[in-house]
Design a protein around this ligand. Structure first.
Ligand SMILES: *Cc1c(COP(=O)(O)O)cnc(C)c1O
Length: 456
């Protein structure tokens, strides 16, 4: 596969080139030259194939021929030791993306990316330096994914005081090849610092720099897997049993009081509601749709950082400063993957695939309480934004119809500070118990390139 910058169709690079440089030299993001289609045979059996086979078939065309088949299979097996169950909750489905080691969906991208980098860098003697800005969950997933990987150093930048104590432990307590920097500023400042470092010729000459944000294609592409697997399953009329970390009151399968009724129905393509911040997750969903997975469309659910819903409504794109909310992994006013969406598709095409909705903190809290009370299910604040977005659309002029899955992007125990005052204590999965027992160690820096450069 050839990759191009979102800003130019010249100078294509290989998968390795796109993955290891992260950002294109002209400041654009890498996108595949074309979005491949699943072979007919694969498309028709997505619902019966096992998860590993869906994963291999989804990634293969994007990495061919640089990751040979057997290497890709090994990578996928080692990266995905956990499931992404599609479970019924009340009147709809929830696609649980928090069964990985850091209990958030970013494990899917980060674990694949770490293994792909390690393979692509085999035989190099200069270490690779990965810079990653995080609003919370990316940092933990990337730190965990790369921890102990030889020849790679990771520097994680996070907004000081704006991540939860658990997130800070996941980001800053590993040590070894993982360094954590608490930046005096917002997530957008962290992201701007990373961009500035990449744009600085001196730094680029001195270090082999790479990124690990959702701007990296090696993180973006594997996120298409769970959409295709879940869409195939739902199209075959199937759901999954609860997983070990499923946060459900034992035996509670109650119906919520809303009138959505979007359970599985064989032969009906599914709608996914995607709680969104930087829009990497949603962009990967669009890739799965274009590859041929049976997906009807998407709901882009944001918190009050509603840059993309506003764009879909008005047709005008205005990036803004991020606002702090209780779904802090989505506090993004200038979503980086928007540039990718706009490079692939026109406004009208995007409108035909995505409906945008934004949700207030107040509604998010009410939703966490209501879903727990009605359905016996614990939502985290991000998943609750998604759940509520469906309610808002359903109450409007063009209700949601057909099977629908809300993506639960994090386990509620990751956001216990917000969730427990509303609904009481949450069952804590093993992955989180391990992280909670650690001590964070980070350095604080001002949001200035010179301060970052000094640490590298
Ligand atoms: C990162 C994150 C999101 C937002 O995903 P994007 O790909 O940035 O849109 C949503 N929920 C959680 C829990 C996250 O960690």
């Amino acid at each position: 596969m050839r990759y191009y910058s979102t800003r130019s169709r010249s100078n294509p690079v290989s998968f390795a080139g796109a993955a290891l440089t992260g950002l294109a030299p002209d400041g654009g993001l890498f996108i595949p030259g074309e979005i491949p289609s699943y072979p007919e045979k694969v498309k028709n059996s997505l619902g019966t194939m096992d998860y590993f086979d869906v994963a291999v078939e989804t990634i293969r065309p994007y990495v061919h021929p640089e990751l040979p088949g057997s290497v890709l299979e090994d990578l996928v097996h080692s990266a995905y030791s956990f499931a992404a169950p599609l479970v019924p909750v009340g009147d709809r489905l929830v696609l649980e993306l928090f069964h990985g080691p850091t209990a958030a969906f970013k494990d899917f991208g980060a674990r694949f990316m770490a293994r792909a980098f390690s393979y692509l860098r085999r035989g190099e003697d200069k270490p690779l330096r990965i810079l990653v800005a995080t609003s919370g969950d990316t940092g933990g997933a990337v730190a965990d994914g790369f921890y102990g990987v030889e020849g790679i150093f990771v520097t994680v930048l996070y907004p000081k005081g704006r991540v939860t104590p658990l997130q800070e432990k996941q980001i800053a307590a590993l040590g070894g090849n993982i360094e954590a920097l608490a930046v005096e500023g917002s997530f957008d400042d962290c992201q701007a610092l990373v961009k500035a470092a990449f744009g600085n010729e001196g730094l680029r000459k001195r270090l082999d720099l790479s990124s690990a944000n959702s701007i990296n294609v090696a993180r973006l592409i594997p996120q298409a897997i769970y959409y295709s697997a879940a869409a195939g399953k739902a199209f075959a009329g199937k759901t999954d049993p609860d997983g070990e970390a499923t946060p459900r009151v034992s035996g509670a399968y109650g119906t919520s009081k809303s009138t959505v009724a979007c359970g599985v129905k064989a032969g009906s393509p599914i709608t996914f509601c995607v709680p969104s911040g930087n829009f990497g997750n949603l962009t990967a969903g669009l890739y799965a749709l274009k590859m041929g997975a049976p997906i009807r469309g998407f709901i882009a659910a944001t918190n009050s950082n509603k840059t993309v819903p506003d764009y879909l409504e008005s047709g005008e794109y205005h990036a803004r400063v991020s606002q702090a909310t209780i779904s802090n992994a989505m506090d993004v006013g200038a979503p980086s993957n928007f540039e990718r969406m706009a490079a692939h598709w026109t406004l009208e095409q995007l409108r035909s695939m995505i409906r945008g909705v934004h949700v207030s903190d107040d509604d998010t809290r009410k939703t966490i309480s209501a879903v727990h009370g009605d359905c016996g299910y614990f939502l985290d604040p991000h998943g609750a934004v998604g759940w509520r977005a469906v309610d808002i659309l359903s109450a409007g002029n063009v209700p949601v119809t057909g099977p629908l899955a809300v993506l639960a992007t994090a386990h509620p125990a990751k956001f216990a500070e917000t969730v427990e005052p509303l609904i009481g204590s949450i069952p804590v999965p093993a992955s989180i118990k391990t992280a909670l027992s650690r001590n964070p160690q980070s350095r604080t820096i001002p949001a200035e390139l010179s301060a970052l450069a000094d640490t590298l």
